[in-house]
Design a protein around this ligand. Sequence first.
Ligand SMILES: [Zn+2]
Length: 314
Amino acid sequence: MPTTAHHATPHTDAPTWTVGDITVHRVDEVPLPPQTGPWLLPGATPEVVAQAPWLQPDFADEQRVLRLASHSFAVDVAGLRVLVDTGIGNGKRRANPAWSNLNSDYLKRLTQAGFAPDSVDLVVLTHLHTDHVGWNTRSDGASWVPTFPNARYLTTRTEWDHWAAVDMDEARRQMFRDSVHPIKDAGLLDLVDVPLDGSAIDIAPGIRLRPTPGHTPGQVAVELSSNGERALITGDCIHHPVQLVDPGLGSCVDTDPAAAARTRRELLGSLSGTGTLLLGSHFPPPTAGHVVPEGDAYRLVPAANAPAREISAT
Ligand SMILES: [Zn+2]
């Protein structure tokens, strides 16, 4: 494959943030439908949303229903081209009608952001849920093949071992068959040992995996650091900014709700007031911000993203 493929498109409209010398692009897949919020975060009622007027209009609509989105973050760290999570994917048969048989322009947007599939070096999977592994593979007409054939794909050994031990329902088995097993069978999947004691593991200079158990046992957040600046990509330890208002608000799909709440409290406490850029894996635009104290909890102060710009050849 030509290594210059990612130079073909000279500019991007993807929202972009910088963290020291690191560049982060948000690559949109789809906004999630309005019924997602009440299902996923049943405690985040309109009354709860009303307690934090800053959530509207960006993070909740006029009816105080949460907005959520599916996207990836494409990250350039000193030339290493990293994709954090891979969304729902196209053409996959799913139980959730909002996720089944998608036909989005995700790959086009990823390429326009300067990350042609052949140019991706590393795919970090924060956890092995359907909406985080979908673009691991694409259909070649006959079978599911790795979308990023030149990349190593990483997830944690804890996450892998958890799902290996679970008696999965057919829908989840289907997801593993079409989106996880093909990358493992191709020899592209690496399992990283991330201890659950709170210390983060470096996977490359400037990128660390931080254990954030609870949503799933092996879920990790991704820390980026460069020149004294820091950012953190949540994965699903925080689904929505409303969880800053009440870190006890859990999602209906957390495997261990008490651990998930503990993780959110610890994480938000460690981020509050530090200037770390929080990048939410399901936060709708503006997606990123800084955590500051508010009352007995927190608030997200959105961070502006850079305007569309030229991508220089690397
Ligand atoms: Zn998710």
